[in-house]
Design a protein around this ligand. Structure first.
Ligand SMILES: [Mg+2]
Length: 434
């Protein structure tokens, strides 16, 4: 996600209070996109949920009015219906979210090339050097707010400040479709009373410890003595206090200098149990296609293939293997993932499986790959040619028009509406997760 402690404290700009940073957070993004796709939903109470007939019947997002009625993210559907009987349940539409997210970012890029996304609906922008052209931070924030609303019909909350932490807290404080500035003059009044949990990197454990020390607000933390807190929290103390004091010097990543993700992965929880290897194969194929496509889009390849499965007792079990060459092709990813599966999972008796995820790690940019004359590599080159031909056809005719041999039948058996989720960087790629 690019917002690392390491960068924060090795940044040359530590404590630089001259910067102008925006944090833009789209309001009720999933629900707003649903209303764009179906204008009849406008003004209604909406909850976006995984397919209600599937196992994941929980609220993933809600409209502003449903929120006011007490509908919360993570709530089971039945509970949302109880607190808000008028609620309309809408399925997710990730392709639409991605497309709107991209369109919004295109607006951001009009003002700066330093745009760092944080999830699908949030971005930081460093507009320090854009002010001569577009006005000060508040003016740029207003321009962005208006452009997003007028051109896309979405609303955004914008925080304007001199560091990323405060800019994010500012957008949290802002109403939907509004801008809040956190300045050197007002930060102690606006930020210091906020509860610690509002800080991005205060985990539950740290928070519990701080509560014991009677540190409850961001201001309490900012006023702490570093040396004393260090004896409780170790090295983290310094970072946390600096963040609370607005001395977060981490930079907004440049479009051209983004960090490589640690891994690119996709997973899915099935609406039914997978009871044989053929079922698993079909899911692995689908995941591999998605991952390979995303890797190629980002011009990445990876040396490590990781597969994990969750049994009906909700226990994850996984393993990984490394290739001698990096890959971004469907065939190599799926073949390797299935090899792992065969070694990982006993066939007789076959324990039913509820969820599957595949990830490619140990990434490198595609143009840094050395060519090599091994037979495997020749295979890989053939696979690459195949994939790029498929990409062209898909771009022209849509994703479902072409599939590798053997997958079409399995897809039909599984149904097309599997909900895939991205699982980049979430897991340390370990040999065994048990
Ligand atoms: Mg949002």
């Amino acid at each position: 996600m690019g917002f690392s402690w390491w960068r924060m404290f090795n940044s040359k700009e530590k404590g630089n209070r001259q910067r102008v940073i925006l944090h833009c957070d789209l309001n009720n993004f999933f629900a707003s996109v649903a209303m764009k796709s179906d204008p009849e939903l406008r003004g209604k109470y909406i909850a976006v949920c995984g397919n209600p007939s599937l196992r994941k019947g929980i609220v993933l997002a809600k409209s502003e009015n449903a929120k006011r009625k007490g509908v919360k993210t993570g709530m089971p559907i039945w509970e949302a219906q109880k607190v808000c009987p008028e609620i309309i349940i809408v399925p997710t539409d990730y392709p639409a979210y991605e497309s709107y997210s991209k369109k919004v970012q295109e607006i951001y890029y009009r003002f700066t090339n330093q745009v760092e996304s944080f999830g699908i609906d949030e971005c930081w922008l460093d507009v320090t050097h854009s002010q001569k052209m577009f006005g000060d931070g508040m003016q740029i924030a207003e321009k962005i707010r208006c452009a997003v609303k007028n051109e896309l019909g979405l609303t955004v909350s914008v925080g304007v400040s001199f560091n990323k932490t405060y800019a994010k807290l500012g957008s949290d404080l802002a109403e939907p479709d509004a801008v809040v500035a956190i300045t050197l003059e007002n930060y102690q009044r606006l930020i210091y009373p906020l509860p610690l949990a509002n800080l991005l990197f205060v985990g539950k454990k740290t928070q519990a410890l701080l509560t014991k020390l009677n540190i409850n607000t961001i201001g309490d933390l900012a006023n702490c003595d570093v040396k004393i807190l260090k004896s409780f929290l170790g090295i983290n103390a310094e970072k946390l206090i600096a963040e609370a004091r607005g001395e977060d010097g981490s930079e907004v990543s440049d479009y051209l200098h983004h960090e490589l993700p640690r891994s690119v992965g996709n997973g899915t929880t099935l609406p039914f149990d997978l009871t044989c290897q053929k079922d698993v194969e079909a899911v692995v194929y689908l995941l591999s296609e998605k991952i390979a496509f995303r890797l190629r889009e980002q011009k990445l390849q990876g040396y490590t293939i990781h597969l994990s499965v969750k049994d009906t007792g909700l226990q994850w079990c996984g393993a990984q293997t490394s290739l001698i060459y990096p890959t971004h092709t469907v065939l190599t990813i799926r073949r390797t993932a299935m090899k792992i599966f065969e070694q990982l999972w006993p066939q007789k008796p076959f324990r039913p499986i509820r969820a599957v995820r595949v990830a490619v790690g140990n990434l490198t940019t595609a143009d840094h790959v050395q060519t090599n004359l091994l037979a495997d590599v020749n295979d890989e080159i053939k696979n690459q040619a195949l994939d790029s031909a498929f990409d062209k056809i898909r771009k022209k005719y849509g994703t479902q028009q072409i599939m590798l041999g053997g997958t079409a039948g399995s897809y039909q058996k599984l149904g097309f509406d599997l909900q895939l989720y991205d699982c980049d960087n979430v897991e340390q790629l370990t040999i065994d997760e048990n």
